[in-house]
Ligand binder design. Structure first.
Ligand code: GLA
Length: 505
């Protein structure tokens, strides 16, 4: 009998081919990342087959057995929504032995990613074929969140590390801190609770969430509500199991568990359906209808990064809120850019249907108190959802004073939800104004520059009816009435800070 000749993989074609990089998430699940690589001498090129339908280019080298490559993100498209992911290179380092690469990398929230990459086929690496989408119809309004939803979400602080224990402790802290009394009631679990599916296709939870029903009951027992997360694609953005082809089944499971809120994140559905308004509407309508068919009131939060102007059709798919931008970061440039980009679409918010410029970063440490006060003021003026993203179990007094400023929360929650408008822009000093239900006006004087600066405001420019009247002016951060004489108000505004006033006759 002739013995088979075993040719080592590298001798066959080096690294050229399709690869599946499987890294354990530490919760019984694996992250799978697919690459298509081409080796030319010591040079590597290829594609990272991820969220982008055409793949993100890869460049790198193999020297001896040492492998190093990175994605080369394309420059942002002109006019693309502010914020964003996929814009920073993802770097992979490792070795190539016995036909297998052992790689390490870092997730965009700093998580360590480690594992083996093995050869796979193009079929396995490519996204599944699209499933038929429903004909577009208008989903009725579910009647929920007549004022912007308030609560907490796990992603900004915990990302993939969130556990059942953390969520229970956050629920405890929401009550103990007094935040729940101010309206922060939704405790939302973001990505990374999912595992695979059982033989009947039911979604399973991973080892970080051993008893979802028990957790839901616990959060409800505190008088709070609970949210969960999924995607219309087969994979979520962190590579966990999404709802693709299981929308009705998943909605039923959420209702069975007692879920009150779903954040539905486009993620890998991007690789399957092109980014058109019709496709996005149909994908979100599918879940919007599935949620309503359960009979349980579930807030529906759309997350497709503001593509195809969801503020124009989010209501029609049964949506209560829709992300308007890419992901926020805990940094001034990100928050400033996202916040001020919202003014031109501010008129699309209305009770039950909100623009969502992403979750709060207040208390996460990347900005100073003035910047966080700007974050809270701006989001409140915009009637944005106030979804805290910090570890509310450990909050400084300063963080509490920002998140729990009842006078600013009242601006956010004003039932009229009238749009905020730009009153004046003087260099980097930007004055915004919004009329409240009681006829008063909230005015935010924002200093977006790198230096403290003085500013002035004429009350009659807010409303001609203010001319010559004696006015009541309240400083919503100092919590005191401001004594004013005449039509002019002069103030100084810290760098990146705000003076927030409520003015009435
Ligand atoms: C996307 C969303 C984020 C978060 C992550 C989770 O990036 O925009 O808010 O949900 O996915 O993977």
């Amino acid at each position: 009998m002739a013995s088979a000749i075993v040719v080592p993989a590298f001798a066959q074609s080096g690294l050229t081919g399709y690869w599946n990089f499987r890294s354990p998430n530490g919760d019984g699940t694996y992250r799978e990342t697919f690459f298509q690589l081409e080796q030319n001498g010591e040079n590597l090129s290829g594609k990272w087959l991820g969220r982008d339908p055409s793949g993100i280019p890869i460049e790198g080298t193999i020297k001896g057995d040492i492998v190093h490559f990175a994605t080369v993100p394309p420059p942002p498209q002109p006019g693309a929504p502010a914020g964003g992911f996929g814009r920073r290179p993802v770097v992979y380092d490792g070795t190539f032995h016995d036909g297998k690469m052992t790689l390490t990398s870092q997730g965009y929230r700093g998580q360590n990613i480690k594992g083996d990459a093995e050869r796979t086929t193009s079929e396995a690496a490519m996204p599944p074929a699209p499933l038929p989408l429903p004909a577009l119809r208008n989903v009725p309004d579910n009647g929920l969140v007549r004022t912007p939803p308030m609560g907490w979400n796990s992603w900004n602080k915990f990302a993939g590390r969130i556990t059942d224990k953390d969520v229970r402790e956050i629920a405890d802290a929401m009550v103990a801190s007094g935040m729940s009394k101010l309206g922060y009631v939704y405790i939302n679990i973001d990505d990374t609770w999912e595992a695979g599916r059982d033989a009947e296709g039911n979604i399973l939870t991973n080892t970080k969430f051993p008893d979802m029903k028990g957790l839901v009951d616990y959060v409800h027992s505190k008088g709070l509500k609970i949210g969960i997360y999924s995607s219309p694609g087969p994979k979520t953005c962190a590579g966990y199991t999404g709802s693709f082809g299981h929308e009705i089944q998943d909605a039923k499971m959420y209702a069975k568990w007692g879920i009150d809120y779903l954040k539905y994140d486009l993620c890998s559905a991007r690789n399957i359906y092109s980014s058109t308004e019709a496709n996005h509407r149909a994908l979100y309508q599918k879940m919007g209808e599935a949620l309503q068919s359960t009979g349980r009131p579930i807030v529906f939060s759309l997350c497709q990064y503001g593509e195809n102007a969801p503020w124009k059709w989010g209501t029609l798919v049964g949506g209560n809120l829709w992300r308007t931008t890419g992901d926020i970061r805990d940094a001034w440039d990100s928050m400033d850019k996202i916040g001020f980009s919202q003014l031109e679409i501010a008129s699309y918010t209305r009770p039950g249907h909100w623009n969502d410029p992403d979750m709060l970063e207040i208390g996460n440490g990347g900005m100073n108190a003035d910047e966080y006060r700007t974050h809270m003021s701006l989001w409140s003026m915009l009637s944005a959802p106030l979804i805290a993203g910090n570890d509310i179990r450990n909050m400084s007094e300063e963080t509490k004073s920002i998140l729990m400023n009842t006078e600013v929360i009242a601006v956010d929650q004003d039932p009229a939800a009238l749009p905020t408008k730009s009153l004046e822009k003087d260099g980097s000093m930007e004055t915004l104004v919004r009329k409240m239900k009681d006829g008063s006006f909230v005015v935010g004087i924002f200093n977006r520059s790198e230096q403290p600066a003085s500013a002035s405001l004429s009350f009659s420019s807010i409303d001609p009816a203010f001319a010559g009247k004696s006015l009541r002016v309240r400083d919503l951060w100092k919590h005191e009435n401001v004594s004013v004489k005449g039509d002019k108000f002069e103030t100084s505004v810290p760098r990146h800070g705000v003076v927030l006033l409520r003015v009435s006759k």
